[in-house]
Design a protein around this ligand. Sequence first.
Ligand code: PLP
Length: 365
Amino acid sequence: MYFDHAATTPIRQVARDAWLAASEFLNPAGQYAAGRAANRALSEAREAVASLLDCEPIEVIFTGSGTEADNLAIQGLFRQSELSRVVSTEIEHPAVLETVAALGADVAMLPLTDGRVSSFEPLAEPAALATCMWANNETGILQPVHELVEAAGQTPVHVDAVQAVGHIPVSFASLGATTLAASAHKFGGPRGVGILLARRSGLAPTLYGGGQQRGIRPGTIDVAGAVATAAALREAVAEIDTEQARLSELRDRLRAGIELIDGAVIHSTGDLLPGHLHVSFPGAEGDSLIMLLDMLGVAASTGSACASGVNRASHVLLAMGVPEEVARGALRLTLGRTTTSDEVEFLLAHLGGIARQAREAGMAI
Ligand code: PLP
């Protein structure tokens, strides 16, 4: 039973079929018939992604991951600017958090209330860029990215939409951001393909090579990966309405059951992605919860990256003001297109007992 769809979601059959059919394409830069055929398939994939995310085909850059898309955007915007100030949030994914930290910039953090950006005041001063996620990968809380872009004025904005694309409607044109990152494996595409949307203006190169993809992401393009990504995105976007309704109903059922468990704390509140539920069982260690669930055949995560095997409280929960002891008992359950109501009922039947067992095991020092 898979409750870790936010980490990665199983590949869609349409994406596998599309990948296999495109896997024999040669280099799309080749100036002969086989190169032109590969380039045609690549252009069609680019056009499909552009139409599904409401942008120009030229704005679509295929990368090797969401992490790479975040890096190219943030480093590229920073290098483009003469300013050394950056605006961000404390709840970003490490792909953004660490990239921002590595710039050596003055970083101003946007204030949060209940895990959501609640003031744009740091945007009043000029900055090289502002970067904010569309939806948090741990809590699923949606951020006010449209208002943020508006408040940023002339400051370029990068939006990490890795958790949002394929799950809620995304229009790059109406968002008005300068750059946006997505990742194919979060919506049923192959792992190892990211998408960077970048307006024609203002993104300095940070990688050098053969000049492919406007020189922003040079290197021979993975045509099969791009074709499979477009196929997965097409299916994901077509299912958004029905999956949003189905998953939020399952998530609400799960939340209602968890609320009855002694001491349970719910972190996912307010405007949310449909499939996320981040909770804590204070007095339990997140790792113990995961291990006990694994023994039952349930895959879930604590939501926070685990550094060299040491269970650390999530930086997201700490930034939300959650006490460390509560944050350490975190469990992130994320639902997706394979999740059934039987699985939710199975989980609910066992979760109370698991929380008790994990509490009895106690906390690591
Ligand atoms: N940004 C967010 C919000 C994510 O959730 C993730 C992956 O978990 C990433 C970036 C990184 O994406 P990728 O795994 O494709 O590198």
